[in-house]
Design a protein around this ligand. Structure first.
Ligand SMILES: NC(=O)NCCC(=O)O
Ligand SMILES: [Zn+2]
Ligand SMILES: [Zn+2]
Length: 467
């Protein structure tokens, strides 16, 4: 039976437009938009009406970088697909793309099947998968083609973490060459992990064990060097490249230069690099462990270049790299040895609000907010225009956002399954009020009305963002 909803009187914001319009939703999709108050809008009839007067009506966020239940350093990221996608919904994100993992000696198929099993029937919002390629061999390369055909069209490789996820330059080049043929997008964790491991060993030998040394050994120059190398390898292979979690000024410069040369090179940064810094890593009493992630937080002066990159499109996407570990019992594994602190920060619930705060502070425009958090990640990962916009035919993944509500971010009130907030006490203006996922209300006036199993696996096409 067809079920219609109309959202009336809000300011509809997409990457392209801002328009006071009513939005008609039918059978889970956007059916029509019409300027509010016009006869065309008055003619919309529906079983459910949502009053968005004074509110923004925006596409659901697309978070292209999450790690639910990710194994790391002898433990697992503390959000399951159930808790993590529920928290995503609370934060106005209606699609996540998580990372399935190939283990060394295992196949891509085994890794992908394991991640399907974790997610299926458990998600509150829709999800897709990237594939982490940890073992490049002739079989893996063939499997990459099959995954692209079934909608897993992006592959993450690591220049960091020797002995775990690490690929050497030859393995990276081979995977890139394959991606150039099959249309896949290589996503790169760009840090020189071999050099970093030497610096880790030397720091620990000097007795430098506190969390802040994590930031000191993972040097910006080693992020920039790896970024440069990844760009050149991709250029040789003729493949596009997406560099994940860019944190350093020097790495942005490498991306900017490559883009000026006309290369299909893209960069993602994350809220933690825009809002947090090495000051957090240096917090006393081991509190700095809460902020251990890789690439690491940088000194505050790197933030300006990241914001500039987002304005100039040297950086195209803000994802969260949501990979939460509780302080108690998980981050604590690294007391006395920073290299044993599980890497990752929580944030899937906070991204849309933090970026809206950047709008409030005049750093980016409203349309750029939607572009970097919804439309471009959808295009980058082959989900557009099903996701990432509000237009006839698109999935009705819609957020009614109150741009004037004040909130204080806190672990006391967040919904992520983690015992601290990286943004504890931060005041932001703006708050998610209602969230529809394919037309179904999953958050209704700040009540959770969704359920595990509503979210479905969403196959993706190849990258739609090539120059
Ligand atoms: N970023 C991080 O520290 N943890 C998640 C794994 C990764 O993205 O490298
Ligand atoms: Zn990474
Ligand atoms: Zn990650």
């Amino acid at each position: 039976m067809s079920r219609r909803t109309v959202i009336r009187g809000g300011l509809v914001i997409t990457a392209a437009d801002e328009i006071h319009a009513d939005v008609l939703i039918e059978d889970g999709r956007i059916a029509a938009l019409a300027a509010s108050g016009t006869p065309a809008a008055e003619a919309f009839t529906a079983e459910r009406t949502i009053d968005a007067t004074g509110k923004y009506v925006i596409p659901g966020g697309v978070d292209g970088h999450t790690h639910m239940e990710m194994p790391f350093g002898g433990t697992y990221a503390s959000d399951t697909f159930e808790t993590g996608t529920r928290a995503a919904a609370w934060g106005g994100t209606t699609t996540i793309v998580d990372f399935a993992i190939q283990t060394v000696g295992g196949s891509l198929r085994q890794g992908l099947d394991a991640w399907h099993a974790k997610a299926e029937g458990n998600c509150a919002v829709d999800y897709g998968f990237h594939m982490i390629v940890s073992d490049v061999n002739p079989e893996t390369l063939k499997e990459m083609d099959l995954l692209v055909e079934e909608g897993v069209t992006s592959f993450k490789q690591f220049m960091a973490y020797p002995g775990v996820f690490y690929s050497d330059d030859g393995q990276i080049l081979r995977a890139m060459q394959r991606a150039a043929e099959n249309g896949g997008l290589i996503m790169m964790h760009a840090e020189n992990g071999i050099a970093i491991d030497v610096l880790v060993e030397q720091a620990l030998a000097r007795g430098e064990t506190a969390p802040r040394y994590h930031g000191e050994v993972r040097k910006a120059l080693l992020e920039a060097e790896a970024t440069h190398r990844a760009i050149r390898l991709a250029q040789v292979a003729g493949a596009p490249l997406y560099v994940v979690h860019v944190s350093a000024t020097e790495a942005v410069a490498e991306l900017a230069r490559a883009r000026d040369d006309g290369l299909n090179v893209f960069g993602e940064t994350c809220p933690q690099y825009l809002f947090l810094s090495t000051d957090n890593l240096a917090e006393p009493d081991f509190e700095g462990a809460k902020y251990v992630c890789s690439t690491p937080l940088r000194p505050k002066d790197h933030q300006a270049r990241l914001w500039q990159g987002l304005r100039t499109n040297d950086l195209q996407v803000v994802s969260t790299d949501h990979c939460p570990f509780c302080f108690s019992g998980q981050k604590e594994l690294g007391r006395g040895d920073f290299s044993k602190i599980p890497n990752g920060l929580p944030g899937v619930e906070n991204r849309m609000d933090l970026l809206h705060q950047a709008v409030v502070e005049g750093r980016i425009s409203r349309r750029r907010w939607i572009e970097i958090a919804c439309a471009t990640p959808a295009r980058m990962f082959g989900l557009y225009p099903k996701k990432g916009t509000i237009a006839p035919g698109a999935d009705a993944d819609v957020v009614v956002y109150d741009p004037r509500a004040e909130q204080v971010i806190s672990a006391e009130t967040h919904h992520m399954n983690v015992d601290y907030s990286a943004y504890e006490g931060k005041r932001v203006t703006g708050r998610v009020e209602t969230v529809l996922s394919r037309g179904v209300p999953v958050i209704t006036e700040r009540e959770y009305t969704g359920h595990a199993g509503h979210g479905v696996f969403t196959p993706r096409s190849t990258c739609q963002y090539l120059i």
